[in-house]
Write a protein that binds this ligand. Structure first.
Ligand SMILES: Cc1cc2nc3c(=O)[nH]c(=O)nc-3n(C[C@H](O)[C@H](O)[C@H](O)COP(=O)(O)OP(=O)(O)OC[C@H]3O[C@@H](n4cnc5c(N)ncnc54)[C@H](O)[C@@H]3O)c2cc1C
Length: 378
Protein backbone atom coordinates (compact mmCIF):
# COMPACT_ATOMS: atom_id res chain seq x y z
CA UNK A 1 0.00 0.00 0.00
CA UNK A 2 2.00 2.97 -1.27
CA UNK A 3 0.17 6.27 -1.08
CA UNK A 4 0.99 9.47 -2.82
CA UNK A 5 -0.68 12.84 -2.89
CA UNK A 6 -0.22 16.40 -3.86
CA UNK A 7 -1.37 19.66 -2.36
CA UNK A 8 -1.90 22.56 -4.74
CA UNK A 9 -1.56 26.28 -4.07
CA UNK A 10 -5.35 26.33 -3.80
CA UNK A 11 -5.19 23.89 -0.86
CA UNK A 12 -2.58 26.03 0.90
CA UNK A 13 -4.68 29.14 0.30
CA UNK A 14 -7.72 27.35 1.67
CA UNK A 15 -5.74 26.48 4.81
CA UNK A 16 -4.79 30.13 5.22
CA UNK A 17 -8.43 31.19 4.74
CA UNK A 18 -9.72 28.81 7.41
CA UNK A 19 -6.89 29.68 9.81
CA UNK A 20 -7.57 33.39 9.45
CA UNK A 21 -11.30 32.75 9.88
CA UNK A 22 -10.59 30.87 13.11
CA UNK A 23 -8.37 33.63 14.46
CA UNK A 24 -10.99 36.30 13.68
CA UNK A 25 -14.31 34.54 14.25
CA UNK A 26 -13.66 31.59 16.57
CA UNK A 27 -10.81 32.13 19.00
CA UNK A 28 -12.20 35.31 20.62
CA UNK A 29 -15.26 33.31 21.77
CA UNK A 30 -13.78 30.05 23.09
CA UNK A 31 -13.10 31.12 26.66
CA UNK A 32 -16.54 32.65 27.17
CA UNK A 33 -18.39 29.51 26.03
CA UNK A 34 -16.08 27.03 27.74
CA UNK A 35 -16.50 28.93 31.01
CA UNK A 36 -20.29 29.19 30.77
CA UNK A 37 -20.65 25.62 29.49
CA UNK A 38 -23.14 26.47 26.76
CA UNK A 39 -23.18 25.20 23.20
CA UNK A 40 -21.82 28.00 20.96
CA UNK A 41 -24.71 28.10 18.50
CA UNK A 42 -23.85 31.52 17.06
CA UNK A 43 -20.21 30.51 16.43
CA UNK A 44 -21.38 27.26 14.81
CA UNK A 45 -23.68 29.32 12.55
CA UNK A 46 -20.75 31.53 11.56
CA UNK A 47 -18.73 28.42 10.68
CA UNK A 48 -21.60 27.05 8.60
CA UNK A 49 -22.15 30.42 6.90
CA UNK A 50 -18.54 30.26 5.75
CA UNK A 51 -19.42 26.99 3.98
CA UNK A 52 -17.42 24.73 6.29
CA UNK A 53 -20.30 22.28 6.89
CA UNK A 54 -20.34 21.28 3.21
CA UNK A 55 -16.82 21.77 1.91
CA UNK A 56 -16.76 18.85 -0.55
CA UNK A 57 -20.38 19.07 -1.74
CA UNK A 58 -21.49 20.92 -4.85
CA UNK A 59 -22.52 24.56 -4.92
CA UNK A 60 -25.98 23.42 -6.10
CA UNK A 61 -26.45 22.12 -2.54
CA UNK A 62 -24.84 25.21 -1.00
CA UNK A 63 -21.53 23.39 -0.53
CA UNK A 64 -18.17 24.91 -1.44
CA UNK A 65 -17.58 22.47 -4.32
CA UNK A 66 -14.05 21.66 -3.14
CA UNK A 67 -12.41 18.26 -2.58
CA UNK A 68 -11.73 15.85 0.29
CA UNK A 69 -8.26 17.29 0.89
CA UNK A 70 -9.91 20.68 1.44
CA UNK A 71 -12.41 19.01 3.77
CA UNK A 72 -9.55 17.50 5.83
CA UNK A 73 -7.70 20.82 5.92
CA UNK A 74 -10.86 22.63 7.03
CA UNK A 75 -11.49 20.19 9.87
CA UNK A 76 -7.83 20.28 10.96
CA UNK A 77 -7.79 24.07 11.13
CA UNK A 78 -11.12 24.28 12.98
CA UNK A 79 -9.85 21.68 15.43
CA UNK A 80 -6.55 23.51 15.94
CA UNK A 81 -8.68 26.30 17.39
CA UNK A 82 -11.67 24.48 18.87
CA UNK A 83 -12.43 20.77 18.37
CA UNK A 84 -16.12 21.27 19.17
CA UNK A 85 -16.64 23.17 15.91
CA UNK A 86 -14.61 20.66 13.92
CA UNK A 87 -16.72 17.79 15.28
CA UNK A 88 -19.96 19.48 14.28
CA UNK A 89 -18.65 20.31 10.79
CA UNK A 90 -17.31 16.77 10.36
CA UNK A 91 -20.64 15.13 11.24
CA UNK A 92 -22.42 17.41 8.75
CA UNK A 93 -19.90 16.66 6.01
CA UNK A 94 -19.53 12.94 6.59
CA UNK A 95 -21.78 10.78 8.77
CA UNK A 96 -24.96 12.64 7.80
CA UNK A 97 -24.08 14.46 4.59
CA UNK A 98 -22.33 11.58 2.84
CA UNK A 99 -25.14 8.96 2.82
CA UNK A 100 -27.62 11.58 1.60
CA UNK A 101 -25.23 12.78 -1.10
CA UNK A 102 -24.19 9.34 -2.31
CA UNK A 103 -27.29 7.21 -1.81
CA UNK A 104 -30.23 9.56 -1.26
CA UNK A 105 -32.92 10.67 -3.70
CA UNK A 106 -32.42 13.97 -5.53
CA UNK A 107 -35.24 15.58 -3.50
CA UNK A 108 -33.42 14.57 -0.31
CA UNK A 109 -30.23 16.19 -1.55
CA UNK A 110 -32.11 19.34 -2.56
CA UNK A 111 -34.14 19.61 0.65
CA UNK A 112 -31.92 18.05 3.31
CA UNK A 113 -28.33 18.36 2.14
CA UNK A 114 -28.85 22.00 1.15
CA UNK A 115 -30.16 22.84 4.61
CA UNK A 116 -27.16 21.07 6.16
CA UNK A 117 -24.50 22.63 3.91
CA UNK A 118 -26.01 26.10 4.31
CA UNK A 119 -26.03 25.70 8.08
CA UNK A 120 -29.80 26.17 8.35
CA UNK A 121 -29.89 22.74 9.99
CA UNK A 122 -27.61 21.25 12.62
CA UNK A 123 -27.60 17.53 11.79
CA UNK A 124 -26.85 14.48 13.93
CA UNK A 125 -26.38 10.74 13.45
CA UNK A 126 -28.40 8.65 15.89
CA UNK A 127 -26.90 5.18 15.63
CA UNK A 128 -25.35 3.96 18.89
CA UNK A 129 -27.62 2.23 21.40
CA UNK A 130 -27.19 0.92 24.95
CA UNK A 131 -26.65 -2.62 23.56
CA UNK A 132 -25.17 -1.74 20.16
CA UNK A 133 -21.92 0.21 20.22
CA UNK A 134 -18.99 -1.24 18.29
CA UNK A 135 -21.35 -3.92 16.99
CA UNK A 136 -23.44 -1.42 15.03
CA UNK A 137 -25.18 -4.17 13.06
CA UNK A 138 -26.98 -5.38 16.18
CA UNK A 139 -29.28 -2.35 16.50
CA UNK A 140 -32.49 -2.95 18.43
CA UNK A 141 -34.37 0.20 17.42
CA UNK A 142 -37.06 -0.80 14.95
CA UNK A 143 -38.93 0.98 12.18
CA UNK A 144 -42.16 -0.82 11.30
CA UNK A 145 -43.93 -0.03 8.06
CA UNK A 146 -47.50 1.25 8.50
CA UNK A 147 -49.00 2.38 5.19
CA UNK A 148 -46.88 5.21 3.83
CA UNK A 149 -45.10 5.73 7.14
CA UNK A 150 -42.54 4.05 9.37
CA UNK A 151 -43.05 3.89 13.13
CA UNK A 152 -39.84 4.11 15.18
CA UNK A 153 -39.36 2.41 18.56
CA UNK A 154 -36.15 2.30 20.54
CA UNK A 155 -33.46 4.08 22.46
CA UNK A 156 -30.25 5.79 21.32
CA UNK A 157 -27.27 7.08 23.26
CA UNK A 158 -24.37 9.42 22.43
CA UNK A 159 -26.09 11.21 19.57
CA UNK A 160 -23.72 14.18 19.22
CA UNK A 161 -25.73 17.42 19.04
CA UNK A 162 -28.92 15.33 19.33
CA UNK A 163 -31.01 17.62 21.52
CA UNK A 164 -30.14 20.70 19.45
CA UNK A 165 -30.40 18.98 16.07
CA UNK A 166 -32.76 20.13 13.33
CA UNK A 167 -32.29 16.85 11.50
CA UNK A 168 -31.47 13.31 12.59
CA UNK A 169 -30.34 10.36 10.55
CA UNK A 170 -31.49 7.36 12.58
CA UNK A 171 -30.18 3.81 12.20
CA UNK A 172 -33.04 1.31 12.53
CA UNK A 173 -33.94 -2.31 11.90
CA UNK A 174 -36.54 -2.71 9.16
CA UNK A 175 -37.81 -5.99 7.66
CA UNK A 176 -34.94 -5.78 5.15
CA UNK A 177 -32.19 -5.22 7.76
CA UNK A 178 -30.47 -2.03 8.95
CA UNK A 179 -31.84 1.10 7.26
CA UNK A 180 -31.21 4.82 7.60
CA UNK A 181 -34.14 7.19 8.03
CA UNK A 182 -34.06 10.98 7.91
CA UNK A 183 -36.04 12.73 10.66
CA UNK A 184 -36.36 16.50 10.11
CA UNK A 185 -37.39 18.73 13.04
CA UNK A 186 -37.04 16.03 15.72
CA UNK A 187 -38.06 18.34 18.57
CA UNK A 188 -41.52 18.72 16.96
CA UNK A 189 -42.21 14.99 16.64
CA UNK A 190 -44.69 13.20 18.87
CA UNK A 191 -43.06 10.29 20.71
CA UNK A 192 -39.51 11.58 20.35
CA UNK A 193 -37.96 12.43 23.71
CA UNK A 194 -34.55 13.89 24.44
CA UNK A 195 -34.03 11.98 27.66
CA UNK A 196 -30.87 13.83 28.73
CA UNK A 197 -27.55 15.20 27.59
CA UNK A 198 -24.87 12.90 29.00
CA UNK A 199 -22.38 14.73 31.23
CA UNK A 200 -19.03 13.87 29.70
CA UNK A 201 -15.30 14.48 29.75
CA UNK A 202 -15.46 17.06 26.95
CA UNK A 203 -17.35 19.37 29.30
CA UNK A 204 -20.65 21.20 29.33
CA UNK A 205 -20.31 22.72 25.86
CA UNK A 206 -20.54 19.28 24.24
CA UNK A 207 -24.03 17.92 23.60
CA UNK A 208 -24.24 14.09 23.71
CA UNK A 209 -27.86 13.05 23.84
CA UNK A 210 -29.88 10.03 24.88
CA UNK A 211 -33.00 9.84 22.72
CA UNK A 212 -36.13 7.72 23.13
CA UNK A 213 -38.24 6.93 20.06
CA UNK A 214 -41.68 5.85 21.22
CA UNK A 215 -43.99 5.45 18.22
CA UNK A 216 -42.35 8.24 16.18
CA UNK A 217 -43.99 8.44 12.74
CA UNK A 218 -41.90 9.33 9.71
CA UNK A 219 -42.89 9.27 6.00
CA UNK A 220 -41.65 6.08 4.30
CA UNK A 221 -40.00 8.20 1.61
CA UNK A 222 -37.55 9.42 4.28
CA UNK A 223 -35.55 6.19 4.03
CA UNK A 224 -32.13 7.00 2.59
CA UNK A 225 -31.23 4.74 -0.33
CA UNK A 226 -32.53 1.18 -0.24
CA UNK A 227 -34.02 -0.30 2.94
CA UNK A 228 -31.67 -2.92 4.38
CA UNK A 229 -28.50 -1.27 2.98
CA UNK A 230 -28.08 1.16 5.88
CA UNK A 231 -25.07 -0.51 7.46
CA UNK A 232 -23.15 -0.30 4.19
CA UNK A 233 -24.04 3.39 3.91
CA UNK A 234 -22.90 4.02 7.48
CA UNK A 235 -19.61 2.23 6.89
CA UNK A 236 -18.92 4.25 3.74
CA UNK A 237 -19.84 7.43 5.60
CA UNK A 238 -17.45 6.37 8.34
CA UNK A 239 -14.61 6.25 5.80
CA UNK A 240 -15.14 9.98 5.34
CA UNK A 241 -15.91 10.53 9.03
CA UNK A 242 -12.63 8.88 9.97
CA UNK A 243 -10.71 11.22 7.68
CA UNK A 244 -12.52 14.00 9.55
CA UNK A 245 -11.71 12.53 12.96
CA UNK A 246 -8.08 12.05 11.93
CA UNK A 247 -8.01 15.72 10.93
CA UNK A 248 -9.51 16.61 14.30
CA UNK A 249 -6.66 14.72 15.95
CA UNK A 250 -4.03 16.51 13.85
CA UNK A 251 -5.58 19.89 14.63
CA UNK A 252 -5.84 19.34 18.38
CA UNK A 253 -2.26 18.08 18.51
CA UNK A 254 -0.99 20.93 16.31
CA UNK A 255 -2.57 23.52 18.60
CA UNK A 256 -1.06 21.85 21.70
CA UNK A 257 2.32 21.65 19.98
CA UNK A 258 2.36 25.33 19.03
CA UNK A 259 1.45 26.35 22.56
CA UNK A 260 4.17 24.07 23.91
CA UNK A 261 6.94 25.41 21.66
CA UNK A 262 6.01 29.01 22.57
CA UNK A 263 5.85 28.19 26.28
CA UNK A 264 9.16 26.28 26.26
CA UNK A 265 10.81 29.32 24.70
CA UNK A 266 9.41 31.79 27.25
CA UNK A 267 9.53 29.80 30.46
CA UNK A 268 12.88 29.92 32.20
CA UNK A 269 14.12 27.66 34.99
CA UNK A 270 17.70 27.21 36.20
CA UNK A 271 18.54 30.42 34.31
CA UNK A 272 17.60 29.28 30.82
CA UNK A 273 14.54 28.67 28.63
CA UNK A 274 13.24 25.18 29.34
CA UNK A 275 13.45 24.29 25.61
CA UNK A 276 17.23 24.19 26.10
CA UNK A 277 16.83 21.11 28.30
CA UNK A 278 17.04 18.01 26.15
CA UNK A 279 14.29 16.42 28.24
CA UNK A 280 11.92 19.12 26.94
CA UNK A 281 13.26 19.58 23.41
CA UNK A 282 13.00 15.87 22.65
CA UNK A 283 9.34 15.95 23.67
CA UNK A 284 8.81 18.82 21.22
CA UNK A 285 10.72 16.98 18.48
CA UNK A 286 8.64 13.83 19.00
CA UNK A 287 5.47 15.92 18.83
CA UNK A 288 6.58 17.44 15.52
CA UNK A 289 7.46 14.04 14.04
CA UNK A 290 4.22 12.36 15.08
CA UNK A 291 1.97 15.24 14.03
CA UNK A 292 3.54 15.39 10.59
CA UNK A 293 3.18 11.62 10.17
CA UNK A 294 -0.49 11.88 11.16
CA UNK A 295 -1.14 14.77 8.79
CA UNK A 296 0.46 12.90 5.90
CA UNK A 297 -1.66 9.79 6.53
CA UNK A 298 -4.79 11.94 6.75
CA UNK A 299 -4.15 13.86 3.57
CA UNK A 300 -3.09 10.69 1.73
CA UNK A 301 -6.43 9.09 2.62
CA UNK A 302 -8.30 12.23 1.52
CA UNK A 303 -6.34 12.40 -1.74
CA UNK A 304 -7.13 8.76 -2.51
CA UNK A 305 -10.82 9.54 -1.98
CA UNK A 306 -10.37 12.49 -4.34
CA UNK A 307 -9.33 9.91 -6.93
CA UNK A 308 -12.74 8.28 -6.33
CA UNK A 309 -11.31 5.21 -4.64
CA UNK A 310 -12.50 3.48 -1.46
CA UNK A 311 -10.35 4.41 1.54
CA UNK A 312 -11.55 2.03 4.25
CA UNK A 313 -8.07 0.94 5.36
CA UNK A 314 -6.41 4.32 4.80
CA UNK A 315 -9.07 6.22 6.76
CA UNK A 316 -8.90 3.69 9.63
CA UNK A 317 -5.10 3.98 9.73
CA UNK A 318 -5.20 7.77 9.70
CA UNK A 319 -7.91 7.91 12.37
CA UNK A 320 -6.10 5.51 14.67
CA UNK A 321 -2.69 7.12 14.26
CA UNK A 322 -3.83 10.74 14.46
CA UNK A 323 -6.08 10.30 17.49
CA UNK A 324 -3.51 8.22 19.39
CA UNK A 325 -0.99 10.94 18.57
CA UNK A 326 -3.44 13.62 19.75
CA UNK A 327 -3.73 11.81 23.08
CA UNK A 328 0.06 11.47 23.43
CA UNK A 329 0.85 15.00 22.27
CA UNK A 330 -1.72 16.68 24.50
CA UNK A 331 -0.56 14.62 27.49
CA UNK A 332 3.05 15.68 26.87
CA UNK A 333 1.95 19.28 26.25
CA UNK A 334 0.42 19.36 29.72
CA UNK A 335 3.74 18.02 31.05
CA UNK A 336 5.79 20.64 29.22
CA UNK A 337 3.62 23.34 30.79
CA UNK A 338 4.08 21.89 34.27
CA UNK A 339 1.43 23.06 36.75
CA UNK A 340 0.11 25.57 34.22
CA UNK A 341 -0.78 22.74 31.88
CA UNK A 342 -2.97 21.26 34.58
CA UNK A 343 -4.92 24.50 35.04
CA UNK A 344 -7.88 25.71 33.05
CA UNK A 345 -6.04 28.97 32.34
CA UNK A 346 -4.45 27.20 29.37
CA UNK A 347 -6.05 25.12 26.60
CA UNK A 348 -4.00 21.99 27.22
CA UNK A 349 -6.26 20.17 29.67
CA UNK A 350 -9.25 20.73 27.33
CA UNK A 351 -7.25 19.44 24.38
CA UNK A 352 -6.28 16.36 26.40
CA UNK A 353 -9.92 15.68 27.33
CA UNK A 354 -11.22 15.94 23.77
CA UNK A 355 -8.38 13.75 22.45
CA UNK A 356 -9.66 10.89 24.61
CA UNK A 357 -13.10 11.14 22.99
CA UNK A 358 -11.57 10.91 19.54
CA UNK A 359 -10.01 7.55 20.39
CA UNK A 360 -13.55 6.29 21.09
CA UNK A 361 -15.92 7.79 18.50
CA UNK A 362 -16.14 6.90 14.79
CA UNK A 363 -15.18 3.38 15.81
CA UNK A 364 -12.91 2.91 18.81
CA UNK A 365 -9.25 2.63 17.90
CA UNK A 366 -9.47 -1.08 18.66
CA UNK A 367 -12.23 -1.43 16.06
CA UNK A 368 -10.21 0.64 13.59
CA UNK A 369 -7.30 -1.73 14.11
CA UNK A 370 -9.70 -4.60 13.35
CA UNK A 371 -10.61 -2.79 10.12
CA UNK A 372 -6.94 -2.44 9.18
CA UNK A 373 -6.17 -6.05 10.13
CA UNK A 374 -9.06 -7.32 8.01
CA UNK A 375 -7.59 -5.59 4.95
CA UNK A 376 -4.12 -7.07 5.38
CA UNK A 377 -4.88 -10.34 3.61
CA UNK A 378 -7.20 -9.03 0.88
C1 LIG B 1 -17.70 11.87 22.39
C2 LIG B 1 -18.50 10.81 21.71
C3 LIG B 1 -19.30 11.15 20.63
C4 LIG B 1 -20.08 10.18 20.00
N1 LIG B 1 -20.92 10.56 18.97
C5 LIG B 1 -21.76 9.66 18.43
C6 LIG B 1 -22.74 10.06 17.46
O1 LIG B 1 -22.81 11.22 17.06
N2 LIG B 1 -23.64 9.14 17.01
C7 LIG B 1 -23.59 7.85 17.43
O2 LIG B 1 -24.43 7.07 16.98
N3 LIG B 1 -22.66 7.43 18.33
C8 LIG B 1 -21.76 8.30 18.85
N4 LIG B 1 -20.84 7.90 19.81
C9 LIG B 1 -20.80 6.53 20.23
C10 LIG B 1 -19.57 5.77 19.70
O3 LIG B 1 -19.70 5.54 18.34
C11 LIG B 1 -19.46 4.50 20.51
O4 LIG B 1 -19.14 4.88 21.85
C12 LIG B 1 -18.39 3.55 19.99
O5 LIG B 1 -18.78 3.01 18.75
C13 LIG B 1 -18.11 2.41 20.97
O6 LIG B 1 -19.26 1.81 21.43
P1 LIG B 1 -19.49 1.60 23.00
O7 LIG B 1 -19.24 2.90 23.67
O8 LIG B 1 -20.81 0.96 23.21
O9 LIG B 1 -18.32 0.63 23.44
P2 LIG B 1 -18.29 -0.96 23.28
O10 LIG B 1 -18.60 -1.34 21.88
O11 LIG B 1 -19.09 -1.57 24.38
O12 LIG B 1 -16.75 -1.24 23.54
C14 LIG B 1 -16.17 -1.31 24.85
C15 LIG B 1 -14.70 -1.64 24.71
O13 LIG B 1 -14.58 -2.91 24.05
C16 LIG B 1 -13.75 -2.78 22.90
N5 LIG B 1 -14.22 -3.69 21.83
C17 LIG B 1 -15.50 -3.90 21.43
N6 LIG B 1 -15.52 -4.75 20.41
C18 LIG B 1 -14.23 -5.08 20.15
C19 LIG B 1 -13.59 -5.92 19.21
N7 LIG B 1 -14.28 -6.59 18.26
N8 LIG B 1 -12.24 -6.03 19.23
C20 LIG B 1 -11.50 -5.35 20.16
N9 LIG B 1 -12.07 -4.53 21.08
C21 LIG B 1 -13.40 -4.40 21.08
C22 LIG B 1 -13.89 -1.33 22.50
O14 LIG B 1 -12.80 -0.92 21.67
C23 LIG B 1 -13.95 -0.65 23.84
O15 LIG B 1 -12.65 -0.45 24.33
C24 LIG B 1 -20.03 8.84 20.44
C25 LIG B 1 -19.19 8.50 21.51
C26 LIG B 1 -18.43 9.46 22.14
C27 LIG B 1 -17.57 9.09 23.30
Amino acid sequence: MISSFELTDAHEEHRETVRQFCEDEVEPHIEEYEESGTFPMDVVETVADAGFHGVQYGTEYDGLGLDYRSYAITIEELSRSWKLLAGTASVAGSLVGYPIHEFGEEWQREEWLTEICSGEWIPALSLTEPNAGSDAGSLETTATRDGDEYVLEGEKVWTTNGSIADFLVVGVQTDEGVSLIGVPEPAERDGLEFVRDIPCMEGETAVETEIRYDGVRVPAENVIGEPGRGLRYVLEGLDIGRIGTAAQGVGVAQGAFEESTAFADEREQFGQPIREFQGVSFKLADMAIEIEASRLLTLAAAAKRDRDERVTAEAAMAKTKATDVAMDVTTEAVQVHGSRGYSKDYSLERRMRVAKGMQIYEGTNEINRVVVANQLYE
